[in-house]
Write a protein that binds this ligand. Structure first.
Ligand code: PMP
Length: 291
């Protein structure tokens, strides 16, 4: 059993319950963050919280505690669970309301923080890479629900995931309505072509991933040329290297896309360098939990 933070209290996980009238449950009216702690440091917690509060602002959702208080609560949740390495899920929903849509009938937002052991891809996947397919499901348009908002409505991503799993793959690539590559169901995508690193811009619908930003900083430090630009499936199929980035997966190679072998069919040299640099800094940048 673990200890969960819920609306100001720490309770046993089996007592951590949310009302069926919560608009997060009824309408997906809420947002979340997936965060990770490495050796007692919550990686880039401030950046995750900035993203959370920005998403809340876009949805006119007033989080009733400050960012500083939230930072303390996240650390306290990790401490209460005696974890050093953890996956942390922070959820803020509109709260308990009535059956109507009106968010102003909800009394106060529900805040939940869960800290759990992290489930990882096996280490060999970081050498062999993932095989992925393109989903027939298009990424939500920025003209409707902007993919910058990690809302509690993840059906777009779930439908793509279902397609991948049913076809025997672990991940699916989503295109935007214009047909450009955006991201996978829970990860950003990068390719390397002729020594330059590329990733789709947020204007294409790619989430401003915390890992994505970290990888861009690493590329700058390693003097790897980098560009944000629209990427087509042709660009992916013919790339020298491809990898995904996300809090849970870190940076993970992709070696096959829609049955096309990418580059050498193994983790590429630039990808390996980035993975290794990334792993050096995970317990450096962040908020210390046990000090
Ligand atoms: N895209 C989507 C759709 C995601 O859910 C995630 C995971 N938060 C990412 C990209 C990667 O973002 P991050 O590096 O911040 O985990």
């Amino acid at each position: 059993m673990s200890i969960v933070y819920i609306n100001g209290e720490f309770v046993d996980s089996d007592k951590a319950v949310v009302s069926v009238f919560d608009h997060g449950y009824l309408y997906g009216d809420g947002i979340f963050e997936g965060i990770r702690a490495y050796n007692g440091t919550v990686f880039k917690l401030k950046e995750h919280l900035k993203r959370l509060y920005s998403m809340a602002k876009a949805l006119l959702l007033d989080i009733p505690i400050t960012m500083e208080e939230m930072e303390k609560k996240v650390c306290e949740t990790v401490r209460k669970n005696n974890l050093k390495d953890a996956y942390i899920r922070l959820v803020v929903s509109r709260g308990k309301g009535d059956l109507g849509l009106d968010p102003y009938k909800c009394d106060k937002p529900t805040i939940v923080i869960i800290a759990d052991k992290i489930a990882l891809y096996p280490e060999e996947t970081y050498e062999k890479g993932l095989k992925i397919i393109t989903s027939t499901c298009r990424r939500n348009s920025i003209q409707s629900l902007d993919p910058q908002i990690k809302s509690l409505n993840y059906l777009n991503n779930i439908l793509a995931k279902i397609e991948a799993v049913k076809a025997g793959y672990s991940e699916a690539l989503l295109l935007n309505l214009e047909g450009y590559v955006v991201e996978c169901t829970g990860d950003n995508i990068f390719i390397v072509s002729n020594g330059t690193l590329y990733t789709p811009p947020s204007a294409a619908g790619a989430l401003g991933g915390i890992t994505r930003a970290t990888v861009i900083d690493i590329a700058k430090e390693l003097n790897i040329p980098f560009e944000e630009k629209n990427i087509s499936l042709f660009n992916v199929y013919t790339a020298d290297e491809c990898f995904l980035t996300g809090t849970a997966a870190e940076a993970i190679p992709v070696t096959e896309v829609d049955h096309r072998i990418i580059g050498s069919g193994k983790a590429g040299e630039i990808t390996k360098k980035i993975i290794s640099e990334f792993r050096k800094i995970t317990s450096v940048y962040g908020t210390k939990v046990y000090e």
